[in-house]
Design a protein around this ligand. Structure first.
Ligand code: AMP
Length: 327
């Protein structure tokens, strides 16, 4: 059993109970953790308090429709609501809350804190995912769980921890997953298809990345992916970020990054991962942020790309030097 801890969970439950109208939002360009946590919390509140108005907002992503349908609301009409922000620390990256007249913000997130300060704020960088935090909330309060809610939370945890592989996976993660499965009796092995099903084009695109990734002497793996290649392989702009964890455990690589051209928005979308050096400080220099070892950024053009690659390479060099001098 997950040990009963903090009053923050009680405070969150109290707030949810207090408000008749609740809007739940997450970051732009959502991943399974963001989508699953939002929909699971909405469905649990609806199940527990059927008379409340509860909405999960933000742009839908067709490949994530398994998790549930997002709500279309008129933000200007919905006054005095509680806004629950999940899986995002910066207000500029919250999707779907333009002109929303919310009364207060409640935040639940596993990213390092940034500008969003919830009046009730549960920020836990040690959690592998926001879904882990929502599962803990549901397991420790009267908020109800059903099989669909538990399945969504399970997939969010598995996805963001990369199958319990990334360093934020802890004994608490396993304890929560144990309790979640016990409480809901989900057939968890039957769910993996929803996360891992993919077309042969995506596998071929992964082959393209493997064949073309540059690796520097200092251990930086990088690839600039032009929009023509995205078109040629019939993948989308989110695909490089979805594949980046598959390039873990390459002996010669300490930090790796994919820089994808987005011609529509005239920007390069960047995903970065690291085995050792802390990368989110470099990411924040380039219109980005994220976790210590998993970050994202946005670049404007060739000059900035060159400077970004140089910064990451230097980070690798310093890390290698420090590792050698510690032997
Ligand atoms: P990704 O590589 O897109 O999976 O993102 C890795 C992590 O960095 C996630 O936690 C994202 O929320 C975060 N992230 C991605 N892009 C940005 C950005 N432009 N600004 C701040 N955080 C970001």
């Amino acid at each position: 059993m997950v040990p009963i801890n903090n009053s923050i969970i009680k405070k969150i439950y109290k707030k949810i109970k207090e408000y008749p109208k609740i809007v739940i939002a997450r970051h732009v360009g959502p991943d399974p953790d963001a989508i699953a946590s939002t929909i699971a919390l909405r469905d649990s509140i609806r199940l527990t308090f059927p008379t409340k108005e509860v909405y999960a907002v933000g742009l839908g992503v067709s490949k994530f429709k398994y998790y549930g349908i997002l709500d279309k609301i008129d933000n200007e009409q919905l006054s005095d609501c509680l806004l629950i922000v999940l899986d995002v620390p910066n207000i500029s990256r919250v999707d779907g809350i333009e002109n929303l007249a919310y009364q207060e913000i409640l935040k639940i997130d596993h990213h390092p804190a940034e500008d969003i300060k919830g009046l009730v704020d549960w920020t836990d960088e040690s959690s592998c995912s926001t879904c882990q935090m929502i599962a803990e909330l549901l397991l420790k309060t009267p908020l109800k769980l059903d099989t669909k809610i538990a399945g969504n939370l399970y997939l969010g945890i598995v996805s963001d921890s990369d199958r319990f592989l990334l360093p934020y996976t802890t004994n608490k993660t396993f304890a929560i997953v144990h309790d979640l499965i016990k409480a809901s009796k989900i057939d968890f092995t039957s769910l993996y298809n929803y996360l891992y099903d993919r077309g042969i084009n995506e596998v071929r695109f992964q082959g393209y990345i493997a064949s073309n990734m540059q690796v520097t002497e200092n251990g930086l793996g990088y690839l600039v992916i032009p929009s023509d290649i995205i078109k040629e392989y019939h993948v989308d702009l989110a695909t490089p970020a979805n594949l980046i964890n598959n390039f873990n455990f390459i002996r010669e690589v300490i930090v790796w990054t994919f820089i994808t051209e987005d011609t529509k928005n005239n920007v390069y979308k960047v995903s970065i991962r690291s085995h050792g050096p802390i990368i989110n400080e470099t990411a924040s220099k380039y219109n980005g942020g994220g976790h210590k070892y998993a970050s994202g950024a946005r670049l404007t053009g060739e000059e900035e790309i060159a400077s970004f690659i140089k910064d990451l390479d230097q980070l690798c060099e310093e890390y290698k030097r420090a590792s050698i001098s510690n032997i």
